[in-house]
Design a binder for this molecule. Structure first.
Ligand code: 13P
Length: 340
């Protein structure tokens, strides 16, 4: 039995002014990111890129935890220190993506269910031994013509709940991530409706599977206009509708909420989070923070380009985005700070 203190870990993940860096891209996904900077997708390049990110000076100030991919959890920094030890030394909790990806859902064309429950207790036990403190599982809900189906919502909510219970029993805090995709031409009303439906199903399933909400963190998408929708809702409306939906569906016992960026530009993702914390200051049952992947890494990736000489500039770019989002988690961000 793990001795991890799940309540303390969950609280640390959402401590004031800090959030989570999602650096758990699978080998295929990091390959797409590397393509954009003409870097070959080799194990050493993946290691060097993550080494650059994790050695960012002062990283622990605004980053409470990093989600790693299986390969990365087992890799080392250039000086031979394991990434797990390196992060811990900087006051950053190591986490692990445990899902095996979204796979086609039978009888539901165009929809997926996330797989990875087979052998999960055994894998979680190994991850705890390797030093992981929390885990992540991403479910994907697509909005489209007649989609999502209730079959997909139910199947994904059930898998998320089974995952969360298994993690807690093994000694990991589960990040529960139901992502309603922002691709498509749907309007913000439709996104709000589907997000509310999804979150209601997820919390019902978590209850049925005896998940301890205080020992869990939610990672939702924001309530936002579809990328191809002609009418894009402004920042304050996205923030207000997102919080309204969360208040309707997420029990106050949940330790905290950390958003995914889902394809929003980095500064817009920061502005949305900030607006939520400004508009609802003192009126939120949970801390609202970030667990961005692209919106934290993009400027850093672009500055790095695979060149050792660019490491300081790439680290400065990550440190800057982490600070902007840390301020947004406190409702203290302003776009004017981007220039400083
Ligand atoms: P994005 O912020 O790039 O959406 O990534 C977050 C994540 O972990 C998706 O699973």
């Amino acid at each position: 039995m793990s001795t991890n203190n799940l309540a303390a870990i969950a609280q640390a993940m959402v401590s004031p002014g800090r959030g989570i860096l999602a650096a758990d891209e699978s080998t295929g996904t990091i390959g797409k990111r590397f393509d954009s900077i003409n870097v070959e997708n080799t194990e050493e390049h993946r290691r060097a890129y993550r080494d650059m990110l994790f050695l960012t000076p002062g990283m622990g100030e605004h980053i409470s935890g990093v989600i790693l991919y299986d390969e990365t959890l087992r890799q080392k920094s250039a000086d031979g220190t394991s990434f797990v030890k390196l992060l811990e030394k900087n006051g950053v909790l190591p986490g692990i993506k445990v899902d095996a990806g979204a796979k086609p859902l039978a009888f539901c064309p165009g929809e997926t269910v996330t797989e990875g429950l087979d052998n999960l207790p055994k894998r979680c036990a190994e991850y705890v031994k390797l030093g992981a403190k929390f885990a992540k599982w991403r479910a994907v809900i697509d909005i489209g013509n007649g989609l999502p189906s209730s079959t997909s919502i139910t199947a994904n909510a059930h898998a998320l709940a089974r995952y969360a219970a298994i993690c807690q029993e093994a000694g990991l805090v589960p990040i529960v991530e139901p992502e309603v995709l922002m691709d498509g031409d749907h309007d913000i009303d439709r996104c709000e409706e589907v997000t509310e439906w999804t979150l209601n199903a997820v919390y019902e399933a978590l209850y049925m599977n005896r998940v301890v909400l205080e020992h869990s963190v939610l990672k939702p998408s924001m309530v936002i206009s579809g990328k191809k929708c002609a009418k894009q809702a402004p920042v304050d409306e996205v923030a207000a509708r997102t919080v309204r939906t969360l208040k309707r569906t997420v029990p106050g016992a949940v330790a905290g909420i950390v958003f995914l960026s889902g394809g929003q530009s980095d500064e817009v993702a920061t502005a949305h989070l900030n607006s939520m914390n400004v508009q609802f200051k003192g009126n939120l049952p949970w801390p609202l923070s970030f667990s961005y992947g692209r919106a934290l890494q993009q400027p850093s990736l672009k500055a790095w380009k695979g060149q050792p000489a660019n490491v300081p500039a790439a680290q400065a770019a990550l440190a800057h985005r982490a600070r902007m989002n840390g301020l947004a988690a406190l409702g203290q961000y302003s776009p004017a700070l981007e220039k400083k």
